[in-house]
Design a protein. Structure first.
Length: 481
């Protein structure tokens, strides 16, 4: 064990650690409700922060904010410490920045429609194949013209433009059915009713702001308050996390064989990332999870059952922490069998039996050894956190937001010149030059009006300079801003 390895807990007095140089091999924390998953997430996030690794964690239940405050003495903590030979334990809070899509309990989190891309947006809107095809074409038209889609009004304007000019665009972009465009517009209205329009706009979240250390060298913990988002728009929650994963993959350079990750992500309620996602998206998520570790990013999924995570992703996870499960139904027993099959056996330890007997704060744990192979499963007592177990008060949270170094960067929305403004100018130009197209003397193609010719020339110019930058990656997000 090195000084920077993360202590997960102890088994029979022997410390069990997550090695720093293996932490970008991802991980999984599972277990029934009330068995200690959130505290395990907390001690992992704390450990990475002490290691100097920034953390982004989705706080789905609202009880993780205590990581910002020092823990308090308690007999149960003393009892736990007596059984775990920690080389150092000091009750303290960690450097924490709070985020919230709604901007109510943290800095606003935003991305742009163009950065999100058509693949994730189609999944968010739950579009049919035909509607998805039209959405892809709409993005392609915008990209080719150099028109940025920053917010929902940009996308609505672009869809209206495509509907009006479908016959002219058909030759290059295929059939653009008005029925599909209308269906997409209606789905956007549903999204707005959920308050999700606040996710789209500027200033967009800058990845550099997530990858900071405090003055003492600890990694900053970034907490996304997802309590309201989970209740009102769970699809938006999943899409935001997938977008962040995609952005990190596309934007970060290769990290090589690093001694520790440059960033660690914790995705609570991870089943939402995969539920109802089409196979095309699941295939790409699997690809990103497999490749993003070369960028120095570790991804840790938190959910109730390992069956919530696709087998193709499950096979890529290094650290596995399994809290207690219940065995009430045939499906429960199926999960228990999957858990037992997913661990490397330890002689004398019956995983299928022990997993139903674990107490709160106990778990079956397997980590990667120095060679990258999974260790035999151990019945482990999880170490206590140094920070507070339970949420901050509203006053404590507000105080920390007010002191945040990012407090002036994201609060004021921006509305740059984008597709909405460009198409508005186009409409004004057409109104100023209403002369209909005249038939040429040869009886062939119609001539463009001066306004249309000017607009197309402008779009070609913009597209040639900006459009080259609008290149999309694996999950459809922009590869350059």
């Amino acid at each position: 064990m090195t000084q920077q390895d993360l202590i997960v807990g102890a088994s029979d007095g022997v410390l069990l650690v997550q090695r720093a140089n293996m932490a970008n091999r991802h991980g999984l924390v599972t277990g029934a409700t009330g068995t200690g998953k959130t505290v395990t997430l907390q001690i992992l996030a704390e450990g990475f922060s002490r290691m100097g690794v920034p953390v982004f964690a989705a706080d789905a239940k609202g009880d993780l904010s205590g990581i910002a405050a020092a823990g308090a003495p308690h007999p149960k903590i003393d009892e736990r410490l007596a059984r775990i030979p920690l080389p150092e334990y000091r009750q303290r809070g960690g450097p924490t920045v709070f985020w919230d899509v709604y901007g109510e309990s943290g800095h606003p989190v935003r991305t742009t429609i163009s950065e999100l891309g058509p693949l994730l947006l189609a999944n968010l809107l739950e579009l049919s194949d035909a509607q998805t095809g039209v959405l892809y074409a709409t993005f392609k038209i915008a990209d080719d013209s150099g028109m940025l889609l920053l917010d929902l009004k940009d996308l609505r304007s672009m869809l209206s433009y495509v509907a009006e000019h479908a016959s002219e665009l058909r030759g290059e972009y295929g059939t653009l059915a008005s029925a599909s465009i209308g269906a997409i517009q209606r789905r956007l209205l549903v999204l707005e009713e959920q308050g999700a329009e606040r996710l789209f706009g500027e200033p967009a979240l800058a990845l550099a702001d997530l990858m900071q250390q405090d003055f003492s060298g600890r990694g900053v913990v970034h907490l996304l308050d997802a309590t309201r988002l989970m209740q009102e728009a769970p699809h938006v929650y999943a899409t935001l996390l997938l977008w962040l994963l995609s952005e990190l993959f596309e934007q970060l350079p290769e990290a090589g064989d690093a001694k520790k990750p440059r960033l660690v992500l914790f995705f609570d309620e991870a089943h939402l990332l995969f539920d109802s996602a089409p196979k095309a998206l699941l295939d790409k998520v699997e690809q990103v999870v497999r490749l993003i570790r070369s960028k120095g990013v570790g991804v840790y999924f938190i959910t109730q059952s390992p069956l919530d995570v696709p087998q193709s992703v499950l096979g890529q996870l290094g650290l596995k922490v399994q809290h207690a499960l219940r065995a009430f139904t045939p499906n429960d027993r199926k999960v228990i069998k999957a858990v037992a099959d997913g661990f490397r056996e330890r002689p004398g330890l019956d995983v299928a039996e022990v997993v139903t007997e674990l107490a709160t704060g106990e778990a079956l744990v397997s980590a990667l050894d120095e060679s990258g192979a999974p260790s035999p499963v151990s019945r482990t007592l999880i170490r206590p956190p140094e920070s507070r177990i339970g949420p901050l008060t509203a006053e404590e949270r507000a105080e920390r937001i007010a002191r945040s170094p990012l407090r002036t960067r994201y609060e004021t929305p921006l509305d740059r010149d984008s597709a909405y403004e460009m198409l508005k100018r186009k409409a004004a130009a057409e109104e100023a030059d209403p002369e209909p197209k005249a038939r040429s003397r040869s009886g062939g193609r119609t001539r463009q009006s001066a306004g249309e010719a000017m607009l197309k020339s402008t779009l070609r110019s913009i597209g040639s300079s900006l459009g080259r930058q609008l290149v999309r990656g694996i999950l459809g997000s922009l590869r350059g801003r």
